[in-house]
Design a protein around this ligand. Structure first.
Ligand code: SF4
Ligand code: SF4
Length: 182
């Protein structure tokens, strides 16, 4: 069984002071060319701020949702009310958060994928109070299909549908995939 690497960033909310260095570092790393500019609105991590109550919560951009949620959570923590979307990491149509400001394209944390690989993501590196901690662990992954399994599958299809039908279907499906990419 193959192992897959799971990367995560642990947030210690009590340590975050809302300095937003993580936003600056993330946007600079992802600017083009790299480090040419920094603009927190292009960052894949945003700090939800409540200065009066001294509450700061860094949220990393997650998935892209085509439509806004039909049902939402509301939160009361330590007697304080939080907005329905405060802790959500989605890029969705109901707000501007986690969208590239010029194009409107969704932003998603990629854990600072680079070649060669970074020792730790930029937001973690530049969080000088250690509110963000990078963690890696290995988990059992899905075993890759073996070539002999594939052969058995193809043989079964040939037996059932015949060579002509199978080739015709593969040609049609692969043509559709190519045109989708274009
Ligand atoms: S891990 Fe990298 S891409 Fe993700 S929020 Fe942090 S700096 Fe941005
Ligand atoms: S760099 Fe650290 S302390 Fe500053 S806002 Fe980001 S998570 Fe909070």
């Amino acid at each position: 069984m193959q192992k897959k690497k799971i990367k995560s960033i642990r947030v210690d909310v009590d340590k975050c002071n809302g300095c937003r260095a993580c936003e600056v570092a993330c946007s600079a790393f992802h600017s083009s060319p790299k480090y040419a500019s920094n603009n927190p609105s292009r960052s894949r991590i945003r700090v939800i701020r409540d200065e009066l109550d001294n509450v700061f919560l860094p949220i990393r951009a997650g998935y892209h949702a085509e439509a806004e949620c039909a049902g939402r959570h509301s939160y009361v923590i330590d007697g304080r009310d939080y907005g329905e979307c405060n802790f959500c990491n989605a890029s969705c149509s109901s707000r501007d958060l986690f969208k590239e400001p010029d194009s409107g394209l969704p932003l998603k944390c990629d854990m600072c994928e680079d070649d060669p690989e970074l020792k730790e993501p930029m937001c973690v590196k530049w969080c000088l109070v250690d509110a963000l901690t990078y963690e890696e662990r290995e988990e059992e992954g899905q075993e890759d299909a073996k070539p002999e399994d594939l052969e058995m599958g193809v043989e079964a299809l040939l037996d059932k549908y015949g060579m002509e039908k199978v080739i015709e279907t593969i040609a049609r499906v692969s043509g559709e995939k190519v045109s989708k990419k274009e």
